[in-house]
Design a protein around this ligand. Structure first.
Ligand SMILES: *[C@@H]1O[C@H](CO)[C@@H](O)[C@H](O)[C@H]1NC(C)=O
Ligand SMILES: *[C@@H]1O[C@H](CO)[C@@H](O)[C@H](O)[C@H]1NC(C)=O
Ligand SMILES: *[C@@H]1O[C@H](CO)[C@@H](O)[C@H](O)[C@H]1NC(C)=O
Ligand SMILES: *[C@@H]1O[C@H](CO)[C@@H](O)[C@H](O)[C@H]1NC(C)=O
Ligand SMILES: *[C@@H]1O[C@H](CO)[C@@H](O)[C@H](O)[C@H]1NC(C)=O
Length: 343
């Protein structure tokens, strides 16, 4: 009896200590200086810093939640197409492997819209079209077309309200996606129509995201007048998408066929990432986000994925993040999808 009471006491004290420390963390706004200092005390492999003002919080949550809540937990048929006895380099960067493909190092800005699912996917598709052509085809696959025209991708076509990346890859195979690149990029049939905006501190050149109030653009099945292109004729197509969940399979897929798209659970410390290898220090979930993996490496003994975010170049490491590899941290490895372009 006494022993039991003792045990309970121990557990209860532990629980209240946890509750207390959680309460302390919750006391500070996720974007505040105090919280950033807390993260920097806790994080062993990365540094947090001020990327956003506290007033940006609603915009940040919208940007960090472009993948529908149930998307990561859907049942999938994972495959393991590669022979894992093949040699895999310790570091790899698609930008260096295929330097003539201009889409690979392109960092996107999703604007005030939860379209990361469309952009990360269209970016990986564009990279793969170029890679498959032996770096000759500089064709951008249109994130705009995907965001506004794929009805099944987002439960009714509200792409800015978040989507299902796997449906986007399937749509590439079944319906095709026209060409088109960055906002006013003149990169094909339909460029992205939402302007880059000011998500970050200390910038003066872009409009404030919060002022834009963008809604999902209407689907237009015509090319922009400037492009002079025919919608049907400018479609690109993909092959059957594959789902991967193992580190080595993902590495070999990137090595052979180019960048892949993935999704993960976003914790509220993620927006403050500035450098190093990210591993969450918080369990406060704020959404699901999609990104493009283009390589990997090891930093100070910690294995990471090299990943492109879609929050412009003034976030993280010039728009990129190093993200802990090999532990399926927050589903980053079990949410990988990719397809080959149709030749
Ligand atoms: C790819 O392009 C390079 C030149 O950039 C050429 O030397 C090589 O033969 C090409 N490979 C294939 C398979 O066409
Ligand atoms: C933003 O500007 C302030 C004042 O000019 C400066 O102290 C601060 O370091 C800048 N922050 C960043 C992230 O550049
Ligand atoms: C989409 O079309 C409807 C009906 O024509 C219009 O009311 C709405 O403003 C349009 N939305 C956008 C974002 O252009
Ligand atoms: C676009 O191309 C398709 C297929 O070649 C053709 O049927 C259609 O008439 C063209 N549309 C326009 C507006 O020229
Ligand atoms: C790696 O470790 C060294 C020595 O502890 C440290 O000085 C350096 O800042 C670390 N590098 C990164 C990128 O964290």
């Amino acid at each position: 009896m006494a022993q039991r009471t003792m045990k309970c006491l121990g557990i209860c004290i532990t629980l209240s200590v946890i509750a207390l420390s959680t309460a302390t963390i919750l006391d500070y706004h996720p974007l505040s200086e105090e919280r950033i200092a807390q993260i920097n005390e806790k994080a062993k492999t990365w540094k947090a810093g001020k990327n956003f003002e506290i007033e940006d919080w609603e915009t940040v949550k919208r940007m960090a939640n472009g993948v529908r809540p149930d998307a990561l937990l859907r049942r999938r048929h994972y495959s393991a197409p590669h022979d894992i006895s093949e040699e895999i380099p310790d570091t790899f960067d698609a930008r260096e492997q295929w330097p003539n493909c201009i889409s690979i190092p392109t960092v996107w800005d999703q604007s005030d819209c939860g379209s990361c699912w469309a952009i990360a996917t269209a970016a990986a598709m564009s990279d793969r079209v170029c890679i498959q052509s032996n770096q000759t085809k500089q064709t951008f696959v249109s994130a705009e077309d995907l965001n506004s025209c794929c009805v099944v991708c987002s439960d009714g076509g509200d792409g800015c309200g978040g989507g299902y990346p796997e449906e986007a890859w399937a749509y590439w195979q079944t319906h095709g996606i026209v060409t088109g690149g960055l906002y006013q990029g003149n990169q094909g049939c339909k460029d992205y129509t939402l302007a880059p905006c000011e998500h970050h501190v200390n910038y003066t050149t872009r409009p404030q995201c919060a002022d834009l109030n963008y809604v999902t653009p209407n689907c237009s099945r015509t090319c922009s007048e400037e492009s002079g292109l025919n919608y049907t004729e400018s479609k690109t197509y993909g092959q059957t998408p594959i789902f991967l969940a193992e580190e080595l399979q993902i590495q070999l897929e990137i090595l052979k066929n180019g960048p892949v798209q993935t999704s993960f659970f976003v914790m509220d410390d993620f927006p403050n990432y500035q450098s190093g290898v990210y591993e969450a220090t918080s369990i406060n979930w704020i959404g699901n986000h999609a990104m493009k993996i283009l390589g990997w490496g090891v930093e100070n003994g910690t294995k990471y994925w090299l990943i492109a975010n879609t929050w412009n170049t003034d976030w993280g490491l010039d728009g990129y993040i190093k993200y802990i590899r090999g532990t399926d941290h927050l589903y980053i490895e079990s949410s990988v999808v990719a397809a080959l372009p149709k030749a």
